[in-house]
Design a protein around this ligand. Structure first.
Ligand SMILES: Cc1ncc(COP(=O)(O)O)c(C=O)c1O
Length: 394
C-alpha cells in the first residue's frame, strides 16, 4: 500500500500566491444575512442590475434555434470581428484589422492571452495602486512582477508621468491603463493617454488598455489608447455597458507581432467563445446603441444622486467620478481599516460595500460603492449608513 504522505495536499506556490478577493467574502456574508431573513443593501458588486437589452437576447435565442451551437474559429466569428473593427472606426476613428482581434469569453481570459504573450519570468508590468486586482494576480501567475505606481484621490487618481518614468526598468514590458477605472470611476483625459503612449513609445514598452467601461462615461465619450498609438493592446468586453456579465464575451486587439501568440493560447486553453453568444455580441455592437445610451442615462442619474449623498453623510469624494459605475470614497472619517469598516457596516447597518484595501495599499481607508443598483436601494443604503455613522463614527 502506498504511504499516505504521498497524497499530502500540495497546492502550487503559483496558486497560493493569488491574493483572495476580499469582496467575495463580503458577498458571501451578505448572502448569508439575506438567507437568514435580513434585508441587505448590496452596493459591493460590479454587476449591472439592468437586464441585457431584448434585441440582444432575441438574437441569442434565434442563433440557438438556428443551430449556432458548435465551435467557431478560435479567434472568433469573422462577422463579430468585423463588427468590432467597425465599432473602433465609428467610435474612435481608428482602423483595426479584424485579423488582429481575438474574441474571448470575457475580458478576464483576454488578460491571460495578453500577459501570456507579453511576459517572461521576471518581466515587469506597471499597474496603478489602487487598481482592479486581477491585473497583478494575472501578472504574478504568469511569472511576471507587478510594479504598483500610486494614484491619489486629490489628483483625480491620475498617474504622475514622472512616477511612471521612475518605475520603468530594463525589465518593464507594459503599463496597464484602465479608463474609465474600477475602482475609482476616473476617466483619464486624452492628454494623459497621449502622454502615457509617448512614454511607452520612448521606452519601447507596451500599453495594455482595459477599455471594458467604455460606454459608461458621463462627461463625453472615452478615448481609446489606439487613437494615440498602434502598438498597444486593447482589452474590452460586453459585460458592463451592454449588461452582459453572465454571457461571458470579450475581446482583445493585439499589435500584429503578438496576434499569433494570443491565438495559440486561445486555441489551446479556451478553443473559442460560445457561438450563439458571439452572434448576440454582433447584434449588441450593431443594433443596441439606443438601449446602451438609455442605460448610461440611468447610471448617470444614480451617480449624480450618490456622490453628493455620500459627501453629506461624512465621506470624502475629492474628485467627481465620471465613468464606470463606482464611487471610491475616502472613509477615514469613519475608520482607517477598510476591511474592518466594511465588515462592521455589513453586520451593523446591513449595507455591503467593497473595502478599498482589496484594490491595493493605495486604496486603504476607502470604500467602493457600486451604483449598479436602483436609486431606491441606493437611497436606502445611504440612509442606513448615515444613521450608522451618526451612532458610531467620528
Ligand atoms: C476593470 C475590469 N476589467 C475586467 C473585468 C472583467 O470583465 P469580464 O466580465 O469581461 O471578464 C472587470 C469586472 O469587474 C473590471 O472591473
Amino acid at each position: 500500500m502506498e504511504s499516505l504522505h504521498r497524497f499530502a495536499p500540495h497546492v502550487s506556490d503559483r496558486a497560493e500566491a493569488i491574493r483572495p478577493f476580499v469582496v467575495m467574502d463580503v458577498v458571501a456574508r451578505a448572502k448569508e444575512l439575506v438567507a437568514a431573513g435580513h434585508d441587505v443593501v448590496r452596493l459591493e458588486i460590479g454587476d449591472p442590475d439592468l437586464p441585457t437589452p431584448a434585441v440582444i437576447t432575441r438574437a441569442a435565442e434565434e442563433a440557438m434555434e438556428h443551430g449556432d451551437t458548435g465551435y467557431t474559429q478560435s479567434a472568433g466569428l469573422p462577422t463579430l470581428r468585423e463588427a468590432i473593427a467597425a465599432h473602433a472606426l465609428g467610435a474612435y476613428g481608428v482602423t483595426v484589422d479584424p485579423a488582429d482581434i481575438v474574441v474571448t469569453q470575457g475580458t478576464s481570459p483576454a488578460m491571460l492571452l495578453v500577459f501570456g504573450a507579453l511576459l517572461d519570468p521576471g518581466d515587469e508590468v506597471i499597474v496603478s495602486d489602487p487598481c482592479y486586482p486581477a491585473y497583478p494576480n494575472y501578472v504574478n501567475f504568469l511569472g511576471g512582477v507587478p510594479v504598483p505606481v500610486r494614484v491619489r484621490a486629490e489628483e483625480g487618481f491620475r498617474f504622475r508621468p514622472e512616477e511612471i518614468r521612475a518605475a520603468i526598468t530594463p525589465r518593464t514590458r507594459a503599463i496597464m491603463v484602465n479608463s474609465p477605472c474600477n475602482p475609482t470611476g476616473t476617466v483619464l483625459p486624452a492628454a494623459d493617454l497621449a502622454e502615457l503612449a509617448a512614454i511607452a513609445e520612448e521606452h519601447g514598452i507596451r500599453i495594455v488598455s482595459d477599455e471594458i467601461y467604455h460606454g459608461l462615461d458621463f462627461s463625453g465619450a472615452s478615448r481609446s489608447i489606439l487613437e494615440f498609438t498602434d502598438r498597444a493592446f486593447v482589452l474590452n468586453g460586453f459585460s458592463k455597458a451592454y449588461a452582459m456579465t453572465g454571457w461571458r464575451l470579450g475581446y482583445l486587439i493585439a499589435p500584429k507581432p503578438f496576434v499569433r501568440a494570443c491565438e495559440k493560447i486561445q486555441q489551446n486553453f479556451f478553443l473559442c467563445a460560445n457561438h450563439f453568444v458571439q452572434v448576440a455580441g454582433t447584434v449588441a455592437l450593431t443594433q443596441a446603441q439606443a438601449e446602451i445610451a438609455a442605460m448610461r442615462e440611468v447610471y448617470d442619474e444614480r451617480r449624480r444622486y450618490l456622490v453628493p449623498a455620500l459627501r453629506e453623510i461624512g465621506l470624502t469624494v475629492a474628485c467627481e467620478p465620471t465613468g464606470a459605475f463606482y464611487v471610491f470614497a475616502d472613509a477615514r472619517a469613519w475608520g482607517d481599516d477598510s476591511l474592518v469598516l466594511s465588515r462592521r457596516i455589513l453586520e451593523e447597518a446591513h449595507v455591503s460595500v467593497a473595502p478599498g484595501i482589496d484594490f491595493g495599499p493605495g486604496g486603504e481607508g476607502f470604500l467602493r460603492f457600486s451604483y449598479a443598483t436602483s436609486l431606491e436601494r441606493l437611497a436606502e443604503g445611504v440612509a442606513r449608513l448615515g444613521s450608522w455613522a451618526g451612532e458610531n463614527a467620528g
